[in-house]
Design a protein. Sequence first.
Length: 139
Amino acid sequence: MNQNILKISPAKAHIMRIRIKEIGLKVPEWFDRLSDAELASCYNGAGGDHTPEAIRKILTRLLGFSEEAILIHDAEFQYTRRFYPLDYYSQKKFHAANQRLGENAEILAKISKPWYSLLRYWRIFVARYARYVVDEWGV
């Protein structure tokens, strides 16, 4: 397993940002105001900071087709407080971020494989339930 699976460089964050725009993934309105270095520093793979690293690596591999969705989600939890200092941890923003993760991951799952691929449907399944997992466990 790659030792640096939970880290990305600013250059990779830049490439991911371009891909996010090209695909049209959903982002918070302030996302474009973050630098590539800020995006790279907040990315920690799938799972929260309190999630053991071994489990985060597994989750990151499972959602490996949706790195961009994970980056957006990580940025929301790292930087929302900068843009909404008074209510950065409201339940509404929490669930909106989780919904965005699921929707973006599903978009990425659909474009990753052709319609006749069984792997595509497995990825769609994983993407749809990623939202419910983060809603329930807050990861």
